[in-house]
Design a protein around this ligand. Structure first.
Ligand SMILES: NC(=O)c1ccc[n+]([C@@H]2O[C@H](COP(=O)([O-])OP(=O)(O)OC[C@H]3O[C@@H](n4cnc5c(N)ncnc54)[C@H](O)[C@@H]3O)[C@@H](O)[C@H]2O)c1
Length: 320
């Protein structure tokens, strides 16, 4: 990958670096020789996600809602990866908290990046900004449709990134992740995604619980691919001011997912069907990844069958 030779000796900041995606980015940056500073309030993040006693890693406990702290942290950074956010469950339960962290916190990061003249900031956005799309697969310039406070706040963050690029020439890049899964997505985190939850129940010999009829679909993306895409967005000159879908282009229903997990774990159960939740209002989602393929030369390398096996291996080692 083209960014790798740029990493040794660089100071890189990861907000939300103790979380699922953030900690995978941190480990990769360290492996490639960067010095990494994590800013995380440990709301959903976990110290155990991060390597211990690594002289090139500094972990600062604090919130992106604290502007002075955020400015001190980003000073001297070559890139800031802004991963910190309240997730969709917290956000649906408490939209004000979501507003303060996901919108207010993102504005703080941008203001800090501008003041400290950081050469690039990457913003972790979400495919949830598309709502229920009219056409599949979804292109980056298709219409957006906010169906949850979380989608509103993630899209607001994107718009601020775009506005800071247009108004102040700040070099921002935005990646719209689609249902990320894999190692470090901890099932004991009540806000973890469906894959970690299904594995947890299947590994305990219980039936995965499907909300609704299970025919809702998503584009499940393996974490290592997401890390690669995010780092490319951080170091590629072409990514400046751009927004990219990060997915696989393959649609998988929740029913298919449950069947695959039951098969991998060898559990003799049938899924259990329960009522849909207020956060389950997106019927189908699969994204078009031609733009990132063409401009950043990224494409996913882990198909879902393989990614689920890697995830299962990690869970077996972690939960044992
Ligand atoms: N996981 C996915 O499927 C997915 C999909 C689309 C978008 N995203 C986005 O990717 C990013 C990372 O998500 P994740 O799945 O790793 O979630 P996560 O909850 O595991 O990680 C978020 C991290 O941010 C930290 N955090 C929360 N509020 C903070 C604050 N005020 N200040 C500092 N740190 C704070 C949390 O403690 C946690 O470590 C988020 O911005 C999320 O919106 C994730």
């Amino acid at each position: 990958m083209s960014f790798i030779e740029k990493l040794p000796g660089q100071r890189v900041v990861v907000t939300g670096g103790a979380g699922f995606v953030g900690s995978n980015i941190v480990r990769r940056l360290l492996k490639e020789g960067a010095t990494v500073i994590v800013l995380d309030d440990f709301y959903t993040g976990d110290e155990s996600n991060l390597p211990k006693d690594n002289a090139k890693l500094e972990v600062i406990k604090g919130s992106v809602t604290d502007f002075d702290l955020t400015r001190d942290v980003v000073k001297g950074a070559a890139v800031v990866f802004h991963e910190a956010a309240r997730n969709i469950i917290v956000s649906t339960r408490n939209p004000r908290e979501d507003y303060e962290v996901n919108i207010g916190g993102t504005l703080n990061v941008l203001l800090a990046v501008r003041e400290c003249r950081v050469p690039r900031m990457v913003y972790a956005s979400s495919a949830s900004v598309y709502g229920n799309p009219r056409y599949l697969p979804i292109n980056e310039d298709d219409s957006t449709n906010m169906l949850s406070p979380y989608a509103v706040s993630k899209f607001a963050g994107e718009n601020y990134c775009k506005a800071f690029y247009e108004s102040y020439g700040l070099s921002t890049a935005m990646v719209r992740y689609s249902n990320v899964y894999g190692p470090a997505q901890r099932p004991d985190n009540p806000y973890c995604g469906v894959i970690a939850k299904f594995f947890e129940t299947a590994m305990a010999g219980q039936a995965p619980r499907i909300h609704g009829d299970g025919e809702q679909t998503r584009d499940f993306t393996y974490i290592d691919d997401v890390v690669d895409a995010t780092l490319l967005a951080g170091f590629s000159p072409k990514a400046e001011g751009q927004v990219y879908n990060v997915g696989t282009g393959r649609e998988t229903s929740v029913n298919q997912l449950a069947r695959m997990i039951i098969q991998i774990t060898g559990t003799a159960v049938e899924p259990e069907y329960v009522d849909r939740r207020d956060i389950d209002n997106i019927r189908r989602r699969v994204v078009n990844i031609e733009k990132i393929r063409r401009e950043l030369r990224w494409s996913p390398s882990v198909i879902i069958e393989k990614g689920l096996q890697y995830t299962y291996q990690w869970l077996q080692e972690t939960l044992s």
